[in-house]
Design a protein around this ligand. Structure first.
Ligand code: AMP
Ligand code: ZN
Length: 114
């Protein structure tokens, strides 16, 4: 738990995001600047800076993917497909230093990413 972290403030409900799903370990909320018709962020409730900061053996990534798949079904994008993205560090395009998995769907994605 980090006092200054925006996503930790969401977890503590000091700021209320547009929540799509929540349980004891994970929160999923809609991105404020959506890059697709569906763009949600899947975060652990415990603070981890980024994928490179995940302790070895921690199962959090499989937990995040499990919840992303469930939310994709709930939001109606599971059948047509979706994209899951972790941005990591400066060159990876990470702007918020609290681990988050982007769930993007509702349109066909292009490759390579920008
Ligand atoms: P990244 O650039 O991979 O670190 O992703 C951070 C994401 O957080 C971006 O897609 C932002 O649009 C999103 N974001 C930033 N502030 C908020 C907010 N207040 N509510 C919801 N999403 C946010
Ligand atoms: Zn945090």
């Amino acid at each position: 738990m980090s006092l200054d972290c925006l996503f930790c403030k969401f977890v503590r409900k000091e700021i209320q995001p547009n929540i799509a799903y929540e349980d004891d370990e994970v929160m999923v909320f809609h991105d404020i600047h959506p890059q697709a018709p569906i763009h949600a962020l899947v975060i652990p409730k415990k603070h981890i800076d980024s994928v490179t900061a995940i302790p070895s053996g921690d199962p959090i990534v499989s937990t995040l993917i499990d919840r992303a798949v469930k939310v994709a079904a709930k939001l109606g994008i599971a059948q047509e497909g979706f994209r899951l993205v972790f941005n990591n560090g400066h060159n990876g395009g990470q702007t918020v230093a609290h681990l988050h998995l982007h769930l993007l769907g509702g349109r066909a994605m292009t490759w390579p990413p920008g």
